[in-house]
Design a protein around this ligand. Sequence first.
Ligand code: FES
Ligand code: FE2
Length: 461
Amino acid sequence: MTTFDTPPSTQARSTGPTVQEVLGAEAERQVVPSALLIESAADFGVADLPKERYLDKAYHDREVAKMWSKVWQMACREEDIPNVGDSINYEIVDESIIVVRTGPTEFKAYVNSCLHRGTQLIRGKQSVQSFSCPFHGWSWNLDGTMRNLPCQWDFPQLDKSTMSLPEVKVDTWDGWVFINLDPDSGTLPEYLGQILPAHFEQMPLKSRFKAAHVQARVPANWKATMEAFIESYHVFITHPQIVSITGDHNTQYDVFDQHSNRMVTLIAVPSPSLGDSVDDEEIVETYAEFLGSNEPTEIPEGKTARDVASEIHRTEFTKLYGVDMSKMSNTELIDAIEYALFPNFIPWAGDGFPIVYRFRPDGDNHQACIVDVMLMGMCPEGIDPPTAAVHWLDAAPGSDSPDWTTAPELGPLGAILNQDMANLSRVQRGLRASKKDVTFSAYQESRIRHFAHILDRYLEA
Ligand code: FES
Ligand SMILES: [Fe+2]
């Protein structure tokens, strides 16, 4: 039985202009990517979801056996391992995988465990010409074949030529390196479907670079945590400082193909739940303040608040990146355009907030997770800026969560993340006390229902 066996839910929507109304009007005077001029809502009913999906170790074990072992997972950026021999250790629950660049555009992945007594061959990020075990020195070439077996005379049972490292499937898309633990899986392009690649063709991340990468442990299930980042329903209460410039409750939620979905939240429009209480001047001033900009905030005749906010954004980010952003539309400049690829990869498009999130269980602990927050910068052609190394944030003293504002590279996002994360330890603790299943809305939380639906399919397979 799936979780979505209820009658069709209501098609009700918030008051306020729709995303399509606003972007449709702007498309008459600027080039808006066609990817943003479509809507694709889906109906997954209104049934509660069982709270066990966040609490039960047995449920987590099924996720490991039937989902994490089958899906394509974003392991790193191509630029994290720019030179041949550069390697990174990607971990998911108990799995540890070496992802290595073996050629200018070639990558391989191997099980990160010595074939002698199991030692991890690499940790973190390393640049190597071979994988050499730190214990007794067994080593492997970058192509996975065995290189050296010290005192081979003492291993009469072994034949070096059959001692290659076990391979893991690897492929790339839009600058990201993905792995799949299932040797019988379909291809990455099959998994991505049609829509996601087509949309990122229009708003590519490939040409961008990772300007920030912050990682921390959050004391909540990975799904509960991710679900706090794929809806804008919470903005009104959790992030009150941005509601005058965030079209939260009239966000558009789309479901694509089988593994991807999206939301588009208009920025520099007020929350519909504020009624008519916000004027255009206040919107532009609040937006400028949010960016820390001193640019002029007057709204010339014939321009909208979004036009002026976009111009402020364009000016500030042109200074920051040194690239020509003159052709970017309002929506690409300021809106929150957030895609998601099941199970846990959340790349944003456009430039409003060039964020990428990833959410994984904290090792084999399903009541905590590891969150990655990346910012994707732009740079002039021919310049190769350094890729941000991972900045690990420890929990603040006396707290179970880190203070995200201690990562200055996140800019104004740090304070927003603190607000989101403050909810999450309470979510996990409260779920344990709860006497009911978990309730979700029909539309604003439809992306959560979509991913829950996909997860059900994996678990039932
Ligand atoms: S455990 Fe790796 S060489 Fe012995
Ligand atoms: Fe949030």
